[in-house]
Design a protein around this ligand. Structure first.
Ligand SMILES: [Zn+2]
Length: 140
């Protein structure tokens, strides 16, 4: 990492150091509003290194937050599925069997996967899911 006090020029992120954007030629002659046509900014290597380090830290924090959210989302799905399977063990077993089967009958694996996903997402109650399974199974 460069950490001297030397002055450096950093090209504008928005216009990539051009100072204007062709696409916006009809607005203020396309002058880049981010750098006001200056094409970038003058800074020091130290300041730029600090900026880059802060950006990396922010990105890591955002990634960690996103990962935690995904883990919590998946855990909630697991909990809903476990609750459904506890209340409806036969239906849950049948659903998983159908989901795993390549073709039991036309589309049944897809229907099972659909119901399992609904239960996991909490968009239907276990009663609804069981009802759907029964209706589909009876109609078969
Ligand atoms: Zn610019």
């Amino acid at each position: 990492m460069l950490t001297t006090a030397a002055t450096i020029f950093v090209p504008c992120d928005k216009c990539h150091g051009v100072g204007y954007i062709d696409h916006y030629a009809n607005i203020a002659n396309g002058i880049c509003f981010a750098c006001a046509g200056s094409k970038g900014r003058t800074t020091t290597e130290i300041a730029e290194a600090k900026r880059a380090a802060a950006r990396t830290k922010r990105q890591a924090a955002t990634a960690a937050k996103r990962e935690a959210k995904l883990v919590a989302y998946q855990a909630a799905g697991d909990d809903r599925w476990a609750a459904f399977a506890a209340d409806y063990p036969a239906e849950a077993g049948a659903l998983l069997e159908m989901q795993a089967a390549e073709v039991v009958r036309m589309g049944i694996a897809g229907v099972a996967a659909y119901i399992v996903n609904y239960v996991r997402c909490g968009t239907v109650t276990p009663e609804d899911a069981a009802g759907r399974l029964y209706r589909d199974a009876v109609a078969a």
